[in-house]
Design a protein around this ligand. Structure first.
Ligand SMILES: Cc1ncc(COP(=O)(O)O)c(C=O)c1O
Length: 402
C-alpha cells in the first residue's frame, strides 16, 4: 500500500487538471489493513482509533468494524466523532480540557475520561456531581511515567518520560488513583491508568513501554480494571515498505494479558492505522533548474500536506506519466535524473520530497504522494496563500452500503 493501489491510480489519472490536487483514500485497503491489525491483537486487547490522525467521517466509519472505540482529544473531535459514528465508545483525553468541553462530554455520556492533572480531576468531579447527578463517570488517570533510559530513544515525538504538559507525574498519579479508590470522589469510578508516552516506536520498544506501564499500574496496590498503553506505533516514511510488526506486538501483548488476567489492555493508535490508505495526488506545473539543482513545482504543496515539513522527511511518491499535452507552448522537462518536488508556496520550506528519481519528468505529469492518510490534510495550514483546497475522494466498492 505504498505505490497507489490500482483504484487510486485509475482515479488520479481520470481527474481533470482542475480537480487536482486531490486526496484519494482507498477505503477497501484501509479495511484490509485494519482487519490485519485487529487479527494480530489478542481478544482481550481493545483497539481504539486516535481520531486526531484523520477524522474524516468516511475513515471513522470504515474503521468501525475493527475498533472497539475512538480516542478524542478536544470538544471539537468529541462532537464530530459522536456524530460520524454515533453510539460508539469514546475516550476523551488531551490536556487543557475546558469546563464547557467536560460538560459536553458528560452530557454526551463519554465512556472514559483520561484525566491529565489533579486540577482536571477536581473539575471533572464537581462537574459530574452537578451535570450528571447519580451517574458514576469512568476515569483513567494519565501518567507521565519515566521509562528505562533509552526506551523512548527511537521516538520521533516523546510526550512522556520527561517534563511535558501531558499527564500526571507518577507521585501525583498515585495520589489521584488512591483518592479515586478511597471514595474522595464518589461520582467518579476509578477504571485504571492511561499512558501515551511517545509516537514513532517500533513494536519491541512499544512492548517495553507497555510492560513498564502495566507493571507500574499493577504495583499500585489498588485494584484497577484497565490499562491504556496509548498509541504511537511507528510509520517509517523513509522505508515505507517496513511496517510496524503488529504480529510481534500482539504476541507480546498476549503474554502481558495472560500475566494479568484481571486487566483489560487498550491501545489507541492513529498514524499506523490510517497513514497507508491515503494519497495526495497532484500534477507538475513547472520544471526548472536552480544553481545546479532541478526543481519540479507541483500544484498544491505543504499547505495541503504538511507532514514532510513537520517531520523533516521526504514524502514517498510515485510519478504517473501523462503523455498528452493540451497547450501550444512546449512542455518543461527535467534534464537530470533527480528532482526536488516543491509546492506553490512562497517559502523555501514548501518542499514535499528531495532527490526524487524522476528522469525526464515533465510539466503535466502526475505525482502521487503516499503515506498521506494520517496527520496530513488535518494538520496543514490550508489558508496560507489562498490556493484552492484539494478534492477528496473515498474509494470503496460501488456495492458498499447497499
Ligand atoms: C493521547 C494520545 N493517544 C494516541 C495518539 C496517537 O498517536 P499515533 O498517531 O502516533 O499512533 C496521540 C498522538 O498524539 C496521543 O496524544
Amino acid at each position: 500500500m505504498t505505490d497507489p493501489t490500482p483504484a487510486v491510480r485509475d482515479r488520479v489519472l481520470s481527474l481533470p487538471d482542475a480537480e487536482l490536487p486531490a486526496y484519494v483514500y482507498d477505503l477497501t485497503a484501509l479495511r484490509a489493513h485494519a482487519a490485519t491489525v485487529r487479527a494480530a491483537l489478542p481478544e482481550r486487547v481493545e483497539l481504539y482509533y486516535a481520531a486526531k490522525a484523520n477524522p474524516e467521517p468516511e475513515i471513522l466509519g470504515a474503521l468501525g468494524p475493527y475498533v472497539e472505540g475512538y480516542e478524542v482529544s478536544s470538544g471539537g473531535e468529541l462532537a464530530h466523532v459522536a456524530e460520524a459514528v454515533p453510539g460508539r465508545p469514546l475516550a476523551f483525553g488531551g490536556p487543557g480540557k475546558t469546563p464547557a468541553e467536560v460538560r459536553a462530554a458528560l452530557e454526551l455520556g463519554v465512556d472514559r475520561f483520561h484525566v491529565e492533572s489533579g486540577y482536571e480531576l477536581r473539575m471533572l468531579a464537581e462537574l459530574a456531581r452537578t451535570c450528571v447527578p447519580g451517574r458514576r463517570v469512568a476515569v483513567l488517570v494519565r501518567v507521565n511515567l519515566p521509562v528505562a533510559d533509552g526506551a523512548l530513544a527511537g521516538s520521533s515525538l516523546a510526550m512522556g518520560g520527561r517534563p511535558t504538559p501531558f499527564g500526571l507525574d507518577p507521585a501525583q498519579a498515585v495520589e489521584a488513583v488512591r483518592a479515586l479508590a478511597d471514595g474522595t470522589y464518589p461520582q467518579l469510578e476509578p477504571r485504571g491508568v492511561h499512558a501515551h508516552l511517545a509516537s514513532g516506536l517500533e513494536a519491541m520498544e512499544q512492548l517495553a513501554v507497555a510492560e513498564s506501564v502495566v507493571s507500574w499500574a499493577t504495583g499500585l496496590g489498588v485494584p484497577l480494571a484497565e490499562v491504556n498503553v496509548g498509541g504511537g506505533m511507528a510509520v517509517d516514511y523513509t522505508e515505507p515498505e517496513c511496517r510496524f510488526d503488529w504480529t510481534g506486538y500482539g504476541d507480546g501483548l498476549a503474554r502481558l494479558t495472560e500475566a494479568h488476567p484481571e486487566l483489560t489492555l487498550r491501545i489507541e493508535p492513529g498514524r499506523a492505522l490510517t497513514a497507508y490508505c491515503g494519497w495526495y495526488a497532484t500534477e507538475v506545473l513547472d520544471v526548472k533548474r536552480s544553481h545546479g539543482k532541478e526543481f519540479a513545482v507541483v500544484r498544491g504543496g505543504t499547505h495541503h500536506l504538511r507532514t514532510p515539513a513537520t517531520k523533516g522527511h521526504d514524502q514517498p511518491c510515485s510519478v504517473l506519466p501523462v503523455d498528452s499535452w493540451p497547450h501550444p507552448w512546449p512542455r518543461a522537462a527535467a534534464e537530470g535524473d533527480q528532482v526536488t518536488l516543491a509546492g506553490q508556496l512562497c517559502t523555501p520550506k514548501d518542499v514535499l520530497a528531495r532527490r526524487v528519481p524522476a528522469p525526464g519528468l515533465r510539466a503535466g505529469d502526475r505525482v502521487v504522494f503516499s503515506l498521506a492518510g494520517a496527520y496530513a490534510w488535518n494538520i496543514s495550514h490550508h489558508d496560507f496563500l489562498m490556493h484552492p483546497r484539494p478534492g477528496f475522494h473515498f474509494l470503496a466498492p460501488s456495492t458498499e452500503g447497499l
